[in-house]
Design a protein around this ligand. Structure first.
Ligand SMILES: Nc1ncnc2c1ncn2[C@@H]1O[C@H](COP(=O)(O)OP(=O)(O)OP(=O)(O)O)[C@@H](O)[C@H]1O
Ligand SMILES: [Mg+2]
Length: 231
């Protein structure tokens, strides 16, 4: 059965999309079958992956109940992975679902039909704790929290952890935090070692050993992360 992992942080530009893409590509390189669910209306997967020749529908079509998730999945040939692209239409889902009784469980419902087809399903989420992120948390088995290594590293984390706890206490009891991934690490800065120490004091063994630096070939580091997390 596929493992569903949500990449979450309501703070912007911390590396959620970068983590989702590079980790998915690293897992696909290890011969795992991977599906990316792009739940961010503002992401740009269409430009990273050339999907122009594919006939998949936008993810909003199945989120709004007009088709199946399989109809929304494209194949990324050169990386041997699969993706359901969100796009701006997902903003409409947040509005259309306002009056649905189980609006946080829409994605979870859609994934029950496909999760046995994949080894890993990675959900990229938007920079908010709104309905789309709630759908990601309700559908996931585990959460990865990217944290940008800069002066306000802890901004918003208390609220984020509270939200995850609320979801695991109600909508999704199986939800666990896989861990914190530190991104944009610049070892040339003195503040970096202080920040890293503080993160370890707060989150201890939940902080991944693999650090994602602010330059260099990110695919190498994400490959290391894939091995650390999944062997
Ligand atoms: N480890 C890194 N080092 C340097 N730059 C990075 C790193 N990871 C991501 N970036 C860059 O930082 C920017 C933000 O990254 P990304 O889009 O992955 O963040 P995000 O959390 O998904 O943002 P958003 O909240 O807008 O969706 C991008 O321009 C990306 O290329
Ligand atoms: Mg993003």
């Amino acid at each position: 059965m596929g493992k569903i992992i949500a990449i979450i942080n309501q703070k912007g530009s911390v590396g959620k999309t970068t983590t989702t893409t590079y980790l998915a590509e690293a897992l696909a390189m290890h011969k795992k079958k991977v599906l990316i669910i792009d739940l961010d209306p503002l992401s740009n997967y269409m430009s990273r992956y050339d999907l122009s020749s594919q006939e998949a529908l936008p993810l909003s079509e199945c989120m709004e109940g007009r088709t199946t998730l399989n109809e929304c999945i494209s194949t990324v040939e050169n990386h041997a992975l699969f993706i359901a692209v969100g796009g701006k239409e997902l903003i409409g889902f947040e509005i259309a679902a306002l009056h649905l009784p189980n609006r946080e469980k829409v994605l979870a419902g859609l994934l029950t039909n496909v999760k046995d087809d994949y080894d890993y399903i990675l959900i990229d989420s938007p920079s908010s704790l709104g309905l789309l992120t709630m759908n990601a948390l309700t559908a996931a088995n585990e959460v990865i929290i990217p944290i940008k290594c800069d002066y306000d590293i802890f901004e918003g984390t208390a609220e984020l952890l509270r939200t995850i706890k609320d979801v695991s206490n109600s909508l999704n009891p199986q939800l666990t935090i896989k861990g914190f991934l530190i991104t944009h690490v610049n070892t040339a800065l003195r503040s970096t070692s202080i920040n890293l120490k503080e993160i370890h004091i707060c989150y201890g063994s939940k902080v991944f050993h693999t650090l994602i630096p602010c330059d260099g070939d990110l695919s190498t580091y994400y490959s290391q992360l894939a091995t650390e997390l999944f062997g």
